[in-house]
Design a protein around this ligand. Structure first.
Ligand code: NAD
Ligand code: IPM
Ligand code: MN
Length: 364
């Protein structure tokens, strides 16, 4: 009997439902072509969850995620809830913590066909293929917060164990890729960064002596990322620096709408979501680029369900659709979110045809 996989869908707010609908259709196409079976359970998170259940992370959502093989999320947040006592973002931070997802993988590959779309010169971005390992359940995001009329504080804490586990994950990836790891911190100012640097250096020396490790301060890294992005392969950093650097890095590829992520490391399912947010300025207009969500679905297949071939097929379909000109407005195109989704789906179907019927690939 075919094994069926349980996927919890968390569309969330703004463009979240638009891009997750496309990602789900792509997964359904993969299922149709391969005989795999995906069973979805759609749950509330973020602003819609506040509106409908009074809580950005209802208990039913946590239970569904824990029982799933993987979770696919759109985005949370929006101006409607900016002054609310409970914030939509608390739902996302809560589910990451509840599932123990300490490793956030944010790969960034500049597609050949899009190397003219970056605001940086083609010769700077061409061939960029890097991955950010962002620590996701520690640091300033989760420390104690306080607020009085005159003062506010956010505490930043990292334990040695939290640093060791994300460092090992990044070293392993570096070992399998180019053999080089760049660790980013602010060790000239922050005590947490000094512990970070010492711990990463020790794990490297003791367990991965074959990996070349470099340390770069985060301000300089922001500069190097646009100066010479090809100098980097695996980048390891803490929660907030990873958040900021991954939005910056997304523009090497041409749009934040292209960037996917996988949040892993717990004993249960992984969570897969585009790097972008709810994009309130374009929500509800069929303008959102669905590629980040579709590539997150590919990461779900690869890391969440162990379906590497199916993941490859989705990634190749995205490349093909983009190269053939299926692009939303953020990439200078004229297509809507759904139309780009349809183009990707056609590519998935076409690639699945028997070899004799396969058309010429039109990229590379
Ligand atoms: P954003 O990523 O939502 O939008 C930034 C800019 O990028 C906007 O101009 C937007 O139109 C554009 N953009 C984003 N996604 C796009 C896509 N798929 N296609 C085309 N253009 C796209 O960031 P923001 O405006 O700073 O945040 C809006 C809300 O989203 C906030 O409430 C924030 O907290 C939330 N947010 C959520 C997540 C998440 O759920 N993972 C991530 C980031 C921000
Ligand atoms: C992201 C987002 C989130 C983060 C917010 C919405 C909590 O910006 O996933 O990158 O800061 O982690
Ligand atoms: Mn972010």
């Amino acid at each position: 009997m075919t094994k069926s996989f349980k996927i919890t869908l968390l569309p969330g707010d703004g463009v979240g439902p638009e891009v997750t609908t496309v990602a789900r259709e792509v997964l359904d196409t993969v299922a149709g072509e391969t005989g795999k079976k995906f069973i979805y359970d759609t749950q509330l998170i973020g602003g819609v969850a506040i509106d409908e259940a009074g809580d950005p992370l209802p208990e039913a959502t946590i239970q569904s995620c824990k029982a799933a093989d993987a979770v696919l999320l759109g985005a949370v947040g929006g101006p409607k809830w900016d002054r609310a006592p409970k914030r939509p973002e608390a739902g996302l931070l809560g589910i990451r913590k509840a599932l123990g997802l300490y490793a956030n993988l944010r790969p960034l590959r500049v597609q050949y066909a899009l190397s003219d779309r970056s605001p940086l010169k083609r010769e700077v971005v061409e061939g960029v293929d890097l991955i950010i390992f962002r620590e996701l359940t520690g640091g300033i995001y989760y420390g104690a917060k306080s607020r009085s009329t005159e003062q506010a504080s956010d505490q930043c804490i990292y334990t040695k164990g939290e640093i060791e586990r994300i460092a090992r994950a990044a070293f392993k990836a570096a070992d399998q890729r180019s053999g080089k790891l760049t660790s980013v911190d602010k060790a000239n100012v922050m005590e947490t960064s000094r512990l970070w640097r010492e711990t990463v250096s020790r794990i490297g020396a003791e367990e991965f002596p074959q990996v070349r490790l470099e340390h770069i301060l985060v301000d300089a890294m922001a500069m190097h990322l646009v100066r010479q992005p090809r100098a980097f392969d695996v980048i390891l950093t803490e929660n907030m620096f990873g958040d900021i650097l991954s939005d910056e890095a997304s523009m090497l590829a041409g749009s934040i709408g292209l960037a996917p992520s996988a949040s892993l490391g717990g004993s249960g399912p992984g969570l897969f979501e585009p790097v972008h947010g709810s994009a309130p300025d374009i929500a509800g207009q069929d303008l959102a680029n669905p590629v980040g969500a579709v590539l997150s679905a590919a990461m779900l297949l690869r890391y969440g369900l162990g379906l590497a071939q199916e993941a490859d097929a989705v990634e190749i379909a995205v490349e093909g659709a983009l190269a053939a000109g299926a692009r939303t407005a953020d990439l200078g195109g004229a297509l809507g979110c759904r139309e780009v989704g349809d183009a990707i789906i056609r590519e998935v179907r076409r690639a699945a045809m028997p070899p004799g019927h396969r058309m010429q690939m039109h990229w590379g």
